[in-house]
Design a protein around this ligand. Structure first.
Ligand code: AMP
Ligand code: GLY
Length: 419
């Protein structure tokens, strides 16, 4: 098969690596890709927002299936556009992508299908929002309605913090139009877990769960990032999987299908496991980053076959098979991240990797034939092992061999599973 992956981060490197590894007959293209992806696939110098040009490329090169990594092209309707041109593509259409593109829309969907989630109010007037926050008290969560590159959520411990977040979104408009409307939510306490599922409109196939680590510093302190590391399985929370399937994934897929807007692609449920059970924090409409980097090394199936089954609405024919053992990913970040990262720092990598370790590139580029930093999350350093502690030891021993000035990483990835 000829497969075209759109995106250029660690998630896309993991997707390309898995697609390539499962059947070397597959020819993989990636736009724009990154230096790690370029070692195993053909990179195309098009950005994810150049939808017209991406479709032209898919048509000219007779691509069998296009797979979209990031959310922006999905919420911008890349799937509708490709389908109009009869180009096979994996992912939700623009309407379905609103599950991630509008938090207010996602809340309404959850309300209709009785999915457990935090109590909330949707508001587009600053004074009213402030009054609601004062009435509810702190802690309270403020969310910009639209996409905000993972920065639109504030878990406010005080009313003052909540007011600052509301003012930034609604008055100063730091997220542009994305923040003119806000969702104000009850603050949930507990441990977070991610469950991704393949969905073809009817059939829901959940993947093994994983746990991300959003805050930049050990002990979940400091500002939020895109994710500083992940691991899978999550043994101490897995007992909740049947409930997550029955009360979250299936009702959404079945409910949307019954309303005549079937969901197709990856459904990402970000959950808080509270003392009253799992509650949804957010839906995304794509693979997670860095969750993908730990899940795909555990998958036995040919990923291309699953994607094709989704696109052809015959996911019921697929049985997902998972490797025993565990997988851990630790992000090596550039100095400054999650603020503006230092770019252009020379990188050296270990010469050899074992079959059970991967270094997925994210924020890297080549400058005069030297690999240098080019973004906040530079690499996802991943390892698999018989259990979490073995995978974790391998990942941490490998990250010591990745060198660039000011490299930082969390030293407690997967620690919650071991305590
Ligand atoms: P999101 O961008 O929606 O994933 O939110 C970013 C992070 O904010 C989540 O990973 C949680 O850690 C936190 N968060 C979001 N919503 C809530 C909530 N209702 N209660 C507590 N924490 C939340
Ligand atoms: N790891 C969080 C996300 O992909 O949204």
């Amino acid at each position: 098969m000829k497969i075209f992956v759109i995106g250029g981060g660690g998630r896309e490197h993991a997707l390309v690596w898995k697609l390539k590894g499962s059947d070397t007959d597959h020819k993989i293209f990636c736009a724009p890709g990154n230096p790690g992806i370029a070692e195993i696939a053909e990179c195309v110098s098009l950005q994810a927002k150049q939808i017209d040009e991406l479709a032209d490329f898919a048509e000219t090169n007779k691509i069998d299936l296009t797979v979209v990594g990031p959310e922006d092209p999905l919420t911008n309707g890349i799937v509708d556009f490709f389908e109009k041109r009869s180009l096979p593509i994996f992912g939700p259409n623009r309407q379905s992508a609103r599950l991630e593109g509008s938090k207010a829309y996602a809340k309404k969907v959850m309300e209709r299908f009785r999915v457990p989630t935090a109590a909330y109010r949707e508001l587009d007037d600053f004074e009213e929002a402030l009054a609601y926050v004062n009435e509810q008290g702190a802690p309270i969560v403020i969310k910009a309605d639209g996409l905000a590159a993972g920065k639109g959520v504030t878990v406010a411990e005080t009313i003052k913090e909540a007011e600052t977040a509301l003012r930034a979104a609604m008055v100063q408009k730091v997220f542009g139009e994305s923040g003119t409307k806000v969702v104000i939510e009850e603050c949930l306490r507990g441990e977070e877990m991610t469950v991704l599922a393949f969905v073809d409109g009817k059939t829901v196939l959940p993947m093994v769960p994983s746990q991300d680590h959003k805050p930049v510093f050990d002990g979940d302190r400091g500002p939020n990032t895109g994710g500083m590391g992940a691991y899978s399985p999550v043994p101490h929370l897995e007992k909740w999987l049947p409930e997550i399937n029955e009360r979250v994934l299936c009702p959404v897929a079945e409910g949307l299908a019954a309303e005549g807007t079937p969901y197709s692609g990856i459904l990402y449920a970000g959950l808080m496991i509270t003392e009253n059970g799992p509650k949804v924090i957010e839906f995304n409409v794509r693979f997670g980053d860095p969750e993908t980097q730990v899940i795909l090394p555990r998958l036995e199936n040919d990923l291309a076959e699953i994607f094709l089954a989704v696109a052809e609405k015959r996911l019921h024919e697929i049985k997902l098979l998972w490797k025993a053992g565990a997988s851990v990913c630790v992000i090596a970040a550039a100095p400054g991240y999650p603020g503006p990262p230092t770019k252009g720092l020379p990188i050296t990598l270990p010469q050899t990797l074992t079959a059970k370790t991967q270094i997925f590139h994210a924020g890297t580029t080549n400058q005069n034939e030297q690999l240098v930093t080019n973004g906040g999350r530079v690499f996802g350093v991943c390892a698999q092992g018989a259990d979490i502690s073995e995978a974790r030891e391998q990942a941490y021993s490998m990250i010591e061999k990745v060198h660039f000035k000011g490299k930082h990483f969390r030293s407690d990835i997967a620690a919650k599973a071991l305590s």
